[in-house]
Design a protein around this ligand. Structure first.
Ligand code: SF4
Ligand code: SF4
Length: 91
């Protein structure tokens, strides 16, 4: 959970960002909660929630390097350009 101050900071940063907006689709049903994506991302886009599932808390930091997607052993992660939101799905 981000603090109010951090949310304001990222809202401002989002407006100035040179990177395109991206969305993350995390298929919880496929995810085995290994934490590879969380540890691998050098921009600290993800954190693990209480159950161990990755959550994209700083999508604005993503530079679309694709490491998290290509290294996910269960193909549970997708990046979609153009929305700047995170979406987890149980299906
Ligand atoms: S694409 Fe790269 S920068 Fe973006 S979340 Fe994945 S590992 Fe991090
Ligand atoms: S790398 Fe894939 S399986 Fe592992 S926590 Fe991330 S989304 Fe889940």
């Amino acid at each position: 959970m981000l603090s109010k101050k951090t949310k304001v900071k990222y809202t401002e940063k989002k407006k100035k960002s040179k990177y395109p907006k991206v969305s993350f689709y995390i298929f919880d049903k496929w995810c085995k909660r290994c934490g590879i994506c969380v540890e691998l991302c050098t921009h600290k886009v993800f954190i693990a929630d209480d159950e161990g599932y990755p959550r994209a808390v700083k999508p604005i930091e993503c530079n679309r390097c694709g490491f998290c997607v290509t290294r996910c052993p269960d193909f549970a992660l997708r990046i979609i350009e153009g929305r700047g939101e995170e979406q987890n799905t149980k299906s």
